[in-house]
Every structure is written in C-alpha cells, then in structure tokens.
Design a protein around this ligand. Structure first.
Ligand code: SF4
Length: 361
C-alpha cells in the first residue's frame, strides 16, 4: 500500500504544531526514566510548555504548548540528560518492554537489559534512522502484557534461554543472545521490502518477506493469553494509574521523590517501588478498582483545533467519584482519536453537550 502522505510522527526535533503550540514526543525506550530524567522533563514542561507531562500508549512522554524557541531549548536539556542519544534516530527508538520485568514472579526473563542493548545497537546503525516513526519493537517478559500492542517485531520470553520472535501471526524460537541482532535485521529487511508503508503488516506478504530475508520460518502459534497490568502492588513494584495519562507538576514531583527510577507503561500508568507514599494525596491512583483505570480521552480543547469541548477537563469533573465503568473514551469530535481497540463507552462532544453511546448525556 503506497502512501501519499508523509510520516508526520512527532519527535523532539520534528515538533507537531497543535492549536495550543508545539507538541514534542520524547521517546523512552523500555519506558525507563531515572528520577533525575523525570525531573528534567517535569521542569522542561513547566518552563517551556503547559506544565503537564502526557504519557502515551507506547510508554513515551509528550510535552505540549511549546513556544517557537521551545524545541531547541528542550532538545538541549534532553541531550544533557541522556534522553537524546542520537539526533538521527530520535523518532525511531520505539521500544516497549514489559514494565514489571524482573520485579515480580510472572517475569520469566528480565528483558530490560535486552531493550537497552537493542536501543544502543539501533542508534549505531545509520540506515535504521530511516524507519518510520510508527515502527515498533516489543520485548515481553513472558506474561503477555504487550500482546495487544501489535508490534512490528516482537519477542516473548519462554524461559531464561529462549524467546519467541514474531512479526505478526506466528513465531520462531530463538536464543536471547541473538535477539537484538535479529530484531534489527528484521527492521533492515522491512526497509528493503517496503515501498512507503509504515508497518510490516501494511506490506503485502510483509511478514513472510522479512522472515525469508532473515533465513527464518515462523511455525509456532503465538500464546493466546494476554495480561494487562492493573494498578496496585506486584512483587517489589507499585503500579500507579495516572488519570487520563496526564501528570501535573505536583504529581510528577511526587514520582521523582519516591525512588531512583520510574517506568512508564503503555497503559498510562507508571511503576515505582512498592511502599512508595504520598501519591494518592496528589491525585494518583494505586488501587485496581478505580474508574480511571479504563478512562481515556483525546487531546480536545485547547490542544486540537477540531475539538468541540475541553474533554479532559469535562471528563475529570464528571468521572471523578463514579464507579468503575470498564473502558470509556471521551472525544472532542467524531474522529475519536486514541479510542481503545476493544469495546468502550463512547462519550462524544457535539458542541452543546455530549452523546454517550449515541444518547444525549
Ligand atoms: S478526536 Fe477530534 S477533537 Fe479529539 S484530538 Fe482527534 S481531531 Fe481533535
């Protein structure tokens, strides 16, 4: 499928111009930030943007509301903090890793060192800077929590020695020591076989063509089980839900203060050490039954020119105090950006109020 539109996936240098100013997306491979790096992002949001840190569905961080000279200042700060190791590769460091890897009993293998090795090797290959900004690598520690992410190149731990490598529908057993090399070889092969497609799944027979170039045949079915990680204590970690994935200054500062490292999940939550305190007091959620576990919203006003309402403010006002409703998505217009893949309660702004699953609120 040839594309006529360009790859406009935002980064730190290729900032997207939104209605409320520049929007920068900072890639966080493996979702790992030191407390110092999180504080650098927090201060940058306060001094250059609108003060908030947005968590994305790929475990990255966005800063909105940047003024004209904001991106340059931001990139200088990120470079100094080790968050921009390669200018050329900044938009292609899309590497997800199971956020609880190595922290609880369900983790069959700690994939975070593999994520780090993959990131270093990726930045070391100039040709891979041409990957589309949407191309995704995923490293699952065996629990199946990343299965819904539909990564282009995924591995899932089977045990300490082996993993299942897959590019879509079937997998092939490989040893961990060759995983980074194979994942990058798959990305290079994709660049060879694609026209202007952004994902392997968009290329006709893409999975087969890429595997052929690697000299591999995927014959194993993928494990059916998936496990989304809920808020609460898991082994030595505490998963904390961030309402609407948007951290205030106070919330980000509280997270900076609880440990040496914070892990960003793809579910708009963060992982901190078990026993961390002072988080509920600033509006973060540490229990699994909160309504916020399933509520998402698009950017809405003032970030999007198409929005008919400030959906985030309205959701915050109306959802707080409700019982859990499963998945619910608030949209500022009929495009419904960021809607969940599975069934959800549809809250749609229509200019003079909202429709909920088509009925007037
Ligand atoms: S759903 Fe509409 S209002 Fe919301 S971000 Fe997308 S285009 Fe903008």
């Amino acid at each position: 499928m040839a594309r006529t539109d360009g790859d406009r996936c935002p980064g730190v240098l290729a900032v997207h111009q939104a209605a409320d100013g520049g929007l920068a997306r900072v890639r966080v491979p493996g979702g790992r930030l030191t407390a110092t790096q999180l504080d650098v992002l927090r201060l940058a949001a306060a001094e250059l943007g609108d003060g908030r840190l947005e968590l994305t569905s790929r475990g990255n961080v966005q800063i909105r509301g940047l003024q004209a000279d904001g991106p340059r200042d931001l990139s200088d700060r990120l470079f100094a903090a080790g968050l921009l190791p390669s200018i050329a590769h900044e938009r292609v460091r899309n590497i997800l890793a199971s956020p609880l890897s190595g922290l609880d009993q369900q983790s069959r293998y700690d994939v975070l060192p593999v994520a780090t090795a993959l990131d270093l090797a990726l930045c070391d290959r100039p040709a891979l800077a041409d990957l589309p900004g949407r191309f995704l690598f995923a490293l699952d520690d065996g629990r199946g929590d990343l299965a819904e992410q539909a990564a282009d190149v995924a591995v899932r731990a089977l045990d300490e020695r082996t993993a299942l490598l897959s590019l879509g529908t079937r997998g092939v057993r490989v040893e961990w020591n060759v995983v980074p090399e194979l994942m990058l070889a798959a990305a290079e092969a994709f660049l060879e076989v694609r026209d202007q497609e952004w994902r392997i799944a968009e290329v006709a027979r893409g999975e087969e063509l890429v595997l052929e170039r690697l000299g591999l045949r995927a014959t194993e079915g993928l494990p059916a089980e998936t496990a989304r990680v809920a808020a609460g204590v898991h082994g030595t970690a505490l998963v904390v839900t961030v309402p609407l994935g948007s951290l205030t200054q106070e919330q980000a500062a509280a997270l900076v203060g609880v440990g040496d490292e914070v892990r960003i999940t793809p579910w708009r939550s963060v992982v901190v050490p078990a026993g961390s305190t002072g988080l509920e007091e600033v509006g973060l959620v540490i229990t699994p039954d909160s309504v916020w576990e399933g509520v998402t919203a698009c950017a809405g006003q003032p970030g999007c020119a198409k929005a008919l309402a400030d959906v985030r403010a309205d959701a915050t006002r109306l959802v707080s105090g409700m019982a859990r409703v499963g998945r619910m998505h608030w949209s500022g217009c009929e495009r419904r950006c960021g809607k969940p893949g599975a069934a959800f309660v549809d809250v749609l702004a229509v200019g003079n109020g909202y429709l909920v699953d088509g009925e007037r609120l």
